[in-house]
Ligand binder design. Structure first.
Ligand code: GUN
Length: 281
């Protein structure tokens, strides 16, 4: 079987264009504040991309850059200021944060109504309770949109999520369950991952381990969604799935790059619009 390639770049571009039209018709300008603490180079790249995409869609985007030596108290004060700013609809604090700042304390300080990452316990709890209509994490939301766009039926399907992170694996599993999939969450302690994987019609790989998922883990015709982005020693960018092997088995597969990655930012814009509409209605 030759897998259909799910073009995240195209799906994300269409979503961004739709959002820009939607935003232009609003009687207000949604505001997004992105907070970057320290000088992690990868984070700087992500934050710049988020800021640019937001501005291009017509969102009033601001990036707040704070030095690595910023204290937790100073960061919490900055978040309090953004919580109180009526022009700010969405707040995103880029992770990871430099030590000794506690990410959990920072996330807890964000107004849940402005939590466009969907990381606050209020939003996590809402999703865990089966309500996917609130602010949910951007990458898993992007995966669900890709499945929908590709016409891949989720209800009743056997889905496996490889990885249990708070940012991807756990909310991904909750979204799939809310959409009536039969969901397995597998992780580094799971026994016989290949056999578990082979039972799935939808495989979501979010392990952070380069090319870990092999072709013989994939059931013929399964949909393979690769959330991973890993830089190899030779400079190549690869996912968590061995692409050629998995594509030979799968019915549909996302490339890396150009698969899930572009969807994350598009969904951040979507979450910002959603938060703005909810706050200002
Ligand atoms: N770092 C890596 N992914 C993310 C994300 O989705 N949101 C934030 N805030 N930080 C991240």
């Amino acid at each position: 079987m030759t897998a259909r390639i799910l073009d995240g770049k195209a799906i994300a571009a269409a979503l961004r264009a739709r959002l820009a039209t939607d935003i232009a018709a609003l009687p207000f300008t949604p505001g997004l504040a992105v907070v970057l603490v320290g000088d992690d180079p990868a984070s700087a790249v992500y934050v710049r991309a988020k800021d640019r995409a937001a501005a291009a869609a017509g969102i009033a985007a601001q990036t707040i850059r704070l030095p690595a030596a910023t204290t937790e108290a100073a960061l919490l004060a900055e978040i309090a200021r953004l919580n109180a700013d009526p022009a700010v609809d969405g707040i995103l604090v880029q992770l990871p944060l430099p030590a000794p700042i506690r990410a959990a304390a920072v996330i807890a300080a964000i107004d849940p109504a402005k939590d466009v990452d969907g990381f606050h316990a209020v939003n996590v709890g809402r999703l865990a309770g089966g309500d996917a209509s609130g602010l949910v994490p951007c990458t898993p939301r992007g995966v669900m949109l890709m499945l929908e766009q590709a016409g891949i039926a989720v209800a009743g399907a056997r889905a496996i999520v490889l990885g249990r992170s708070a940012i991807v694996g756990r909310p991904m599993a909750a979204l799939l369950l809310a959409a009536d999939a039969t969901v397995t969450i597998a992780h580094s302690r799971s026994r016989d991952l290949p056999a578990l994987c082979r039972m799935a019609e939808i495989v979501i790989a979010a392990t952070g381990r380069a090319e870990m998922v092999r072709g013989d883990w994939i059931a013929p015709g399964a949909a393979v969604i690769d959330v991973g982005i890993n830089r190899l020693a030779d400079g190549r960018l690869v996912g968590d799935c061995a692409y050629e092997e998995c594509a030979a088995m799968a019915g549909a597969i996302t490339p890396v790059p150009g698969g899930v990655g572009p969807m994350t930012i598009a969904c951040l814009l979507g979450n910002t619009v959603q938060a703005a509409k909810a706050r200002r209605s």
